[in-house]
Design a binder for this molecule. Structure first.
Ligand code: CA
Length: 748
């Protein structure tokens, strides 16, 4: 069974090579699950079980063994990354002194709740076990709202290092430390040098990248050390890291252009030290959020963070008096010191203050921090009484408006930043020295993290990055071209051409359909939908004319919709300079409909003209379970004319009271609505209906002879601004409360 020792000489690291070489006499190459199971059953201290290169399809690997500190038992790939675990597969581990390395999980998902589990049964845990140099890439369940964990750490004294976890697309935490039994408490796990790569916006709660504990075990000590990891564009939801147990340390991590914050959601005695959080002005990027007792936040560097409310660069929250475990404990004895915050929009004290969250922070301090920012003069925000926080010896740039309650504790200096060799924005050295910060330098670089055999380059395909393909007018010529297209291609239709679809046209990758400026080609279809965006698809249409004249005489047609199946890859839809006519063959003929379990990063309709429609323009209300799930992150309507539309121009729905997400974000600018929303059968009797939108801006828009604009404002302190609009022969704005801002509304 001892084969192929030459592979051990690959120089992935000298130390590891040496180590494996000395153990190679006990290496057992296994070619299938039976051989693997036999090898595991016979494994003795010092043995190595080597997964043969190739595809390991539909395998549930159970690695249950006992090594010793001096002679661990190893499970690894024959060549790093060449034993590919795919299909319905997972790995569970228990025992002690085990090492797992060089594995690649790709093109599949776990049939259970975990991809890699540090236990094989409730009471069979892994201890003193190291998982290293392993990759999980898009091992995502096809149902985007079905939850699983990619890595669940149980047991004690385990190490998770140099692993790459990228593209988790379904719900569920990427890496969770679990404390379900006493055998997992005070675990002293070390999580270091991992690369947490891009994670798309989930559009619901449950998109955390790292969670340590759960509220149920929050009073237990976990004592987990999380250091020198690189979090790269992890945008799942607003908790990037969710700390939910006591005694944990987060040191020297880099969080790069990621939406959300490191949140001390539950648990006490957390140390957050020396982390670098770099937002580069990206939307919803946040820093560190404090809840609960005895939390220390020091020597962190935060730059270019734009998040507001719970997502500020530094946030200390109000608690709930006598809080239940799953709500918010009061912040007591929080220490915030020696942090540097540059060009960030918000530092929030007493955030979340409301009737329930009325316990203000006490016995806390905010001292020796250096704040250098000119992005928002009102960056220091007080949401409640801050007399329980001692403000001392902070330095702040002189544009800042210090709230009157903070009479002392800040000295002002001129705003000045330079870029250092690493491209980080730095204040003058004298000021940095004054707070005793030390060198401003990334504690870890991207290249030092993750599995060494796996690229960190993204394979994402941009619109119009492929070939331009001319499509002649005629019956199904567009369909044929679509089928033959490749990701990023541009299908160019003939000006003035006529195109007919006799079948559903699926869009399976990023694709552009357009015509050059000039007479728009017309597209008609004999099917209930013209174009269907399937998983992995994204669509741009430009300078086209969609006409409903040949559509079937049934209710509920549409021009574009998303898949009838769950889509675990976010899509986008861009509609520019498009004409839409005669969607009136029967009732409820919509322009676009998003089906449930699909999510758009953005949808935009720009400079378009749509008329004579029996349904809606955009139907984005199919997530109706009131669990905080919604359909689109960013919606833009700009420069359009909508006329004779029986239902809404847009209906966007985000129900429930969850506070874990950022969107939907809606921007309506410079549109004209004439006779919109007056159909007698549609439910909302509105021209636009926005329910639970978190950020809504409507400007420079005219309504005429239309149904009212309807707003339903829910939790999350949504920002709602309506300005410079005219409503002629149109009822007043309808809303469930008056917590929105209006400027210059003219009713005629
Ligand atoms: Ca969450």
């Amino acid at each position: 069974m001892i084969k192929d020792v030459k592979v051990y000489f690959f120089p992935f690291t000298l130390l590891l090579a040496l180590c494996i070489f000395t153990q190679s006499a006990h290496a057992k190459l296994v070619n299938n699950i039976e051989q693997f199971n036999n090898a595991v059953a016979q494994a003795k201290p010092g043995d190595e079980i080597v997964l043969a290169n190739g595809v390991w399809q539909n395998v549930e690997l159970v690695f249950k063994a006992k090594g010793t500190a001096k002679k661990p038992i190893t499970l690894r790939a024959q060549t790093p990354g060449k034993a590919v675990i795919t299909g319905l597969s997972n790995l569970s581990i228990s025992g002690e002194h085990l090492v797992i390395s060089d594995l690649l999980f790709k093109n599949g998902y776990t049939p259970t709740g975990e991809v890699i589990s540090f236990r094989t049964a409730e009471d069979e845990l892994a201890n003193y076990t190291r998982l290293t140099n392993t990759v999980i890439d898009n091992f995502s369940h096809p149902e985007r709202h079905l939850a699983d964990l990619w890595v669940a750490m149980y047991g004690k004294h385990n190490q998770f290092d140099h692993n790459t976890l990228i593209n988790k697309r379904n719900r569920g935490v990427t890496l969770a430390v679990r404390l379900n039994t006493a055998g997992s408490e005070e675990n002293n796990h070390v999580i270091e040098y991992n690369y947490f790569g891009p994670r798309q916006v989930l559009g619901a709660n449950g998109g955390e990248t790292l969670r340590v504990g759960t509220s149920h075990f929050s009073t237990k000590n976990s004592n987990t050390l999380v250091r020198y990891n690189f979090f790269d564009r992890v945008n799942g939801e607003h908790e990037i890291i969710s700390n939910k147990t006591s005694g944990n340390t987060y040191r020297g991590n880099v969080i790069f252009e990621s939406q959300g914050t490191l949140t001390m959601r539950h648990g006490q005695h957390t140390l957050v030290e020396g982390n670098y959080i770099i937002g580069n002005g990206k939307p919803n990027t946040g820093g560190i959020r404090i809840i609960n007792e005895y939390q220390t936040v020091k020597n962190n560097y935060m730059s270019g963070l734009t998040g507001h409310r719970f997502r500020g660069a530094l946030v200390i929250m109000n608690g709930v008096p006598n809080s239940s475990p799953n709500r918010y404990n009061q912040a007591i004895e929080a220490i915030m010191q020696n942090n540097i915050v540059v060009d960030s929009d918000y530092i929030n004290f007493g955030a979340g203050s409301d009737e329930e969250r009325s316990a203000v922070p006490i016995d806390s301090s905010f001292s020796n921090n250096l704040i250098m920012t000119n992005t928002n003069p009102d960056s220091i925000k007080l949401y409640d009484d801050v007399s329980g926080i001692d403000f001392k010896d902070n330095i702040i740039s002189d544009q800042a408006n210090i709230p009157g309650e903070l009479k002392t504790g800040f000295s002002k200096v001129a705003y000045a930043l330079t870029k250092n060799a690493q491209g980080l924005k730095v204040p003058a050295k004298s000021l940095v020295d004054k707070i005793g910060f030390g060198d401003i330098k990334l504690p870890v670089n991207k290249v030092q993290t993750g599995a060494d055999f796996y690229s960190k380059e993204e394979a994402k395909v941009a619109f119009q990055s492929g070939k331009k393909i001319n499509v002649k007018s005629g019956s199904d010529t567009l369909l044929t071209a679509l089928k033959a297209s490749n990701p990023g291609d541009v299908l160019v239709l003939e000006n003035g051409g006529e195109y007919l679809l006799t079948k559903l046209a699926s869009v399976n990758h990023p694709l552009t359909i357009m015509a050059e400026k000039g007479k728009k080609p017309v597209i008609r279809s004999q099917k209930p939908s013209f174009l269907v965006i399937e998983n992995g698809g994204a669509l741009e249409v430009e300078n086209l004319w969609f006409d409903g004249e040949q559509s079937p005489d049934y209710k509920g047609n549409n021009i574009i919709r998303t898949s009838g199946y769950s889509m675990n890859i976010n899509y986008s839809l861009s509609v520019r300079n498009v004409k839409v006519t005669n969607l009136d063959i029967n009732g409820y003929f919509d322009f676009f409909k998003a089906t449930a379990n699909t999510f758009a990063d953005y949808i935009e309709i720009i400079d378009s003209n749509m008329t004579n429609i029996t349904g809606s323009i955009l139907v984005l209300n199919h997530e109706t379970d009131d669990l905080g799930i919604y359909s689109v992150e960013n919606l833009t309507l700009k420069g359009n004319t909508f006329k004779d539309i029986k239902a809404e121009v847009a209906t966007v729905y985000r129900g429930g009271f969850d506070e874990s997400t950022f969107g939907p974000i809606v921007n309506v600018d410079n549109n004209t609505l004439v006779n919109v929303g007056n159909g007698t059968t549609h439910r909302s009797a509105s021209s636009m209906y926005f329910h639970g939108v978190q950020d809504l801006h409507i400007a420079n828009t005219k309504w005429e002879k239309s149904a009212p604009l309807s707003l339903y404002l829910t939790n999350g302190e949504p920002i709602t601004v309506i300005e410079d609009v005219t409503m002629k022969d149109t009822p007043k704005i309808r809303a469930n409360n008056n917590e929105y801002t209006t400027k210059n509304i003219t009713y005629k």
